[in-house]
Each structure stands twice: as structure tokens, then as C-alpha cells.
Design a protein around this ligand. Structure first.
Ligand code: G3H
Ligand code: ZN
Length: 283
């Protein structure tokens, strides 16, 4: 199957009112687990690679990015590959050259005008390559020392102006979640999601979903969130499995033993998320 278009996956989901899971890849095992889970659930899915994960891979997008594309094109269900939280055009261009479906350009820590100006310039270049772009307005805490706050939430009227000024295809909104949370105690502003949905026509993106209770994710999707980004939840599952395996067998040497356990644990975490999003059975 050819690599899926992120835009097509999101527009269809918005139309049919379910959420699309975008899961962060760190290792090959993560990417395999995400695709296996999507196939078992007959669900579309997005593999996403963040600028930070690429930095971990020694700054080279090629090896890990090509692996994601290879998995996407050999999957039995639609799989898109997305660049997450990029802050430079150079990295976006590398991703598009490799065959990624879409990029997120993250200028959320800039002033409103600087964010809009920089994002509009990148959006024009991405569209010239027939790919799609996500951008962020407001502050979703947890990255680069940012913290979520009432003032940092996305204002619907400003968001309407921003989407018109930049031409982006999807917008990450700050609605109470925060990155890297290991417990599910984030309080989503559900009423704000409804107002954003009414104000905007393009797909809304929830970042930092690992800290959000499952029922609130369901409700956020019901109110109009379309793309749901999940990273920490998978890393919790991965690391728990490795820790359990190693503490049960202090003599293990072959990494395949505990990485197999980690991959299976991520498959289970992704399958559970796909059911919550309502995308299971849609592919
Ligand atoms: O862009 C990726 C995410 O927003 C993931 O956030 O690690 O809190 O799930 P999370
Ligand atoms: Zn994020």
C-alpha cells in the first residue's frame, strides 16, 4: 500500500467523527509495534518522528525515517509518516525528501506575529511539495521549559485568524494537556474544544495525550479533536516491560529477549488507544 496522506486520514476522520492516533517512534520496535497494533485493529494510524527523537538518532533522520516509511508502505492498513515538533525548514525539507506525508512546524514559543509569519512561509513550501502541515497556537506545556496555563490556552478567534494567515492544514491547540505526563491527571477544557471546533474547519490536534484520562480523550474526540498525539504512554509500556523482564532474569544477555517483551507491551498500549479513539475497524 502506498504511504497514506496525513491530510486524507484526518479529513476522513473529521467527517466520520473518530480520532486518528499519531504515535511517537523512538526505536524500530516502537514503529513495528504501532503498525502491528493498527493492523490487528484494522485501523489507520500515523507514525510520527519528533525532532528530539531524530537528535537521539545522532541527528540523522535517514535511518529511522526510512524504516518508518518502509513499514508504512508494507502495512495492510493506511499508515502516514509525520515529522513532529520541527523547528527548522531544513529538517522539514529532509523529511519531505525522504517521503514523509506531513510535517509539524512548531513556532508556538514565538510571538503570535512571528509564529504566523514563519509558519506561513513554511506552509507555502510544504504545499508546493503536495504535503500537509500542522502548526501550534498556544502553549502546550512540558517541552522546552514551557508550562500549560490558562493564559497559554488557544483562543478561538485568534486561531481563526492564524489559520487564515498561515494556510495550515491542521492545528495543535492548547486545551489543558501537557507533554511527558506519567499520570492521567490533566484536566482538559472540554468547553474550549467545542468553541475551537465551532470556530475552525480544519482538524484539531491534541498534544500531550498521555496525561489525559481515557474518558476525557473519548469526550475530546466527540467534541471535535481529530489527531491525538501519544508518546509517553508508549514509553511507559516499553520501559515497564524491559524493567519487569530484567528483574525477572538477572542473567539475560540477548537484547532480543527484553526488546520482544517491550514491543509486545507497546502493541497492547496502541491497541487500547485505537479503541478509545474509535478508529479501530475503520481500515
Ligand atoms: O507530539 C507528541 C505528543 O504531544 C506526545 O505527548 O508524551 O504527553 O503523550 P505525550
Ligand atoms: Zn507534542
Amino acid at each position: 500500500m502506498p504511504i497514506a496522506s496525513t491530510d486524507n486520514l484526518l479529513v476522513q476522520a473529521q467527517h466520520e467523527r473518530y480520532g486518528v492516533g499519531a504515535f511517537n517512534v523512538i526505536s524500530l520496535e516502537h514503529a513495528q509495534a504501532i503498525v502491528i497494533a493498527a493492523e490487528r485493529e484494522r485501523s489507520p494510524v500515523i507514525l510520527q518522528l519528533s525532532q528530539n527523537a531524530i537528535a537521539y538518532h545522532l541527528g540523522a533522520i535517514g535511518p529511522v525515517g526510512s524504516a518508518c516509511i518502509s513499514l508504512a508502505t508494507s502495512a495492510e492498513v493506511p499508515v502516514a509518516v509525520h515529522l513532529d515538533h520541527a523547528t527548522t525548514w531544513e529538517l522539514c525539507e529532509e523529511a519531505l525528501d525522504l517521503g514523509f506525508s506531513s510535517v509539524m512546524f512548531d513556532a508556538s514559543l514565538m510571538s503570535l506575529d512571528a509564529n504566523a509569519e514563519a509558519t506561513a512561509a513554511i506552509a507555502a513550501r510544504v504545499h508546493a511539495r503536495r504535503c500537509s502541515i500542522e502548526a501550534e497556537l498556544g502553549v502546550v506545556g512540558g517541552k522546552e521549559g514551557a508550562t500549560s496555563s490558562e493564559e497559554g490556552k488557544t483562543d478561538p478567534a485568534l486561531a481563526q485568524w492564524y489559520v487564515g494567515a498561515t494556510g495550515v492544514d491542521a492545528i495543535a491547540v492548547a486545551v489543558g494537556s501537557s507533554h511527558y505526563m506519567v499520570d492521567k491527571t490533566a484536566v482538559l477544557d472540554l468547553e474550549l474544544i467545542t468553541r475551537l471546533r465551532e470556530a475552525l474547519e480544519i482538524p484539531l490536534v491534541l498534544h500531550g495525550s498521555s496525561g489525559v484520562p481515557d474518558d476525557d480523550i473519548r469526550e475530546a474526540v466527540r467534541r471535535g479533536i481529530v489527531k491525538v498525539n501519544t508518546a509517553t504512554e508508549l514509553n511507559k509500556a516499553f520501559t515497564r516491560a524491559v524493567r519487569d523482564f530484567l528483574s525477572g532474569d538477572a542473567n539475560v544477555v540477548d537484547p532480543r529477549k527484553y526488546l520482544h517483551a517491550a514491543r509486545e507491551s507497546v502493541v497492547a498500549a496502541v491497541r487500547s488507544r485505537l479503541k478509545i479513539l474509535g478508529s479501530a475497524g475503520r481500515a
